[in-house]
Design a protein around this ligand. Structure first.
Ligand code: ARG
Length: 459
């Protein structure tokens, strides 16, 4: 069979052009969505009396047979049929004959491809939200085990104040919570129907767009036909959301990699999530977080790629827009892969409480608290800061930590010190003193875990 659009042409397409312009190698992923859209469209054409009922029945039966072949992996696609839309239409016509040619009445590939993309992405977004929630659950589960595990909290990667390990994990629960929220919010803009826009200007047939929207469970239809076929904002937005998720995963990856180093020795990732070295027998490498950190780059690249494709594109459809697909498919696949691995990797990671404890004891991260102690005795904070700075300097010169100092040594720096400071300086005390909403005190973290569990159970 010749090209579906062959009428105007007197020559065959150049072989290289055919290959260059075809998208079937990647857009075959849209097959099921393409058929779903066609089923809704032909049903509407029947209802509106645009295509006779018996033809509609034949076309629906034919499309369903094509769908069965797609699902069974039995379809063969031809580059000469360019893309998924024409491959499916060809398969239909081969199956039911020329009546299949009535399917494309009142429709263009431009509104068709946009519809497919909306259908495809909305399904993946829901799946990704579920994967994010599974990761949140894994983090919450670990956090619950570590309401008594202290680690140094850092700023500038310098030890700052001790915190609960659970508190640190819950920060990521909050980050992934925002990510899920962002995706759900973008769903509003994904779940809009472009079909009916035709090539760009609408159609002369008395179609019913709202009926199609209802069948395909779209909340709304595009208001403007030009916008409907040229809008790819919803994909840009998805890629931006995906970039933020990858950025979060990459930050967590970086911490997992650091924490598993001999220098930190805070955690050990399960053997099942690490690999060895072909030359150094002792090595156990955190490949999964490293790769996730690395793959963040390609997701950012996909975002920049599509933004650049769309920049300066005149309305309405341009072939450039075919470039919207691979980045979106690749991003969904990359995110799915990372999220699927992260949840079990977090669940199975071993936490080295002793190492964390040692780290907390061997630092000055309780210094803020003795400054606060002096403030409690009436000293202005700036002066207290200065006093403690000097005390720390003294400790460093003596190779001691604050808790090693005698009361006499403390009192060389301020007469306001008394025996109570040994209590104040205990890491648990330091942590639990931060008993404000959102703080690291055990009571607050337990409450945060509670809130997160309720929110997760609610979704
Ligand atoms: N394969 C095309 C794409 O992905 C489908 C739309 C083609 N429309 C057209 N008028 N050539 O963008």
């Amino acid at each position: 069979m010749s090209k579906l659009w062959g009428g105007r042409f007197t020559k065959q397409t150049d072989q290289l052009v055919e290959e260059y312009t075809a998208s079937i190698s990647f857009d075959q992923q849209l097959a099921e969505e393409d058929i779903a859209g066609s089923l809704a469209h032909i049903t509407m054409l029947g209802k509106q009396g645009i295509v006779p009922a018996e033809d509609v029945a034949t076309i629906i039966a034919g499309l369903q047979r094509v769908l069965t072949r797609v699902q069974a992996g039995e379809m063969t696609y031809a580059v000469s049929d360019e893309d998924i839309h024409m491959n499916i239409e060809k398969a239909l016509i081969e199956d039911i004959g020329s009546v299949g040619g009535k399917l494309h009445t009142g429709r263009s590939r431009n509104d068709q491809v946009a519809t497919d993309m909306h259908l495809w992405l909305r399904k993946r977004v829901v799946e990704l939200v579920q994967l994010l929630q599974q990761l949140q659950e894994a983090l919450v589960e670990q956090a619950k085990q570590h309401l008594d595990t202290l680690i140094p909290g850092y700023t500038h990667l310098q030890r700052a104040q001790p915190i609960l390990f659970a508190h640190h994990l819950m920060a990521y629960v909050a980050m992934f919570g925002r990510d899920a929220e962002r995706l759900m919010d973008s769903y509003k803009r994904i779940n809009v129907l472009p079909l009916g826009a035709g090539a760009l200007a609408g159609t002369t047939f008395p179609i019913d767009r709202h009926f199609v929207a209802e069948q395909l469970k779209f909340d709304r239809v595009y208001e403007n036909s030009l916008d409907a076929v040229s809008d790819r904002d919803f994909i840009v937005e998805f890629l931006a959301d995906a970039s933020i998720i990858m950025m979060h995963l990459s930050r967590l990856s970086e911490e997992l990699i650091l924490w598993s180093s001999t220098e930190f020795d805070f955690i050990e990732l399960d053997d099942a999530f690490c690999t060895g070295s072909s030359i150094m027998p002792q090595k156990k490498n955190p490949d999964v977080p490293e790769l996730v950190r690395g793959k963040t780059g390609r997701v950012y690249g996909n975002l920049m790629g599509l933004l650049t494709v769309l920049k300066s594109l005149p309305l309405a459809y341009n072939k450039d827009m075919q470039e919207d697909k691979e980045g979106m498919f690749d991003t969904v696949k990359t995110l799915q892969g990372a999220l699927q691995l992260f949840a079990p990797m977090i669940r199975t990671m071993k936490v080295n409480r002793e190492s964390m404890r040692r780290a907390v004891q061997q630092d000055f991260s309780n210094a803020t608290d003795i400054a606060d102690f002096l403030v409690g005795k009436g000293l202005p904070f700036r002066e207290a800061h200065e006093v403690i700075g000097k005390t720390v300097l003294y400790c460093i010169s003596q190779q001691k930590y604050l808790l090693d100092l005698t009361l006499e040594e403390f009192q060389q720096f301020s007469e306001l010190f008394d025996g109570q400071i040994y209590e104040v300086l205990q890491p648990e005390q330091v942590v639990n003193a931060r008993n404000i909403y959102g703080g690291t005190a055990k009571e607050q973290v337990a409450a945060a875990i509670n809130r997160a569990e309720l929110a997760l159970a609610d979704t």
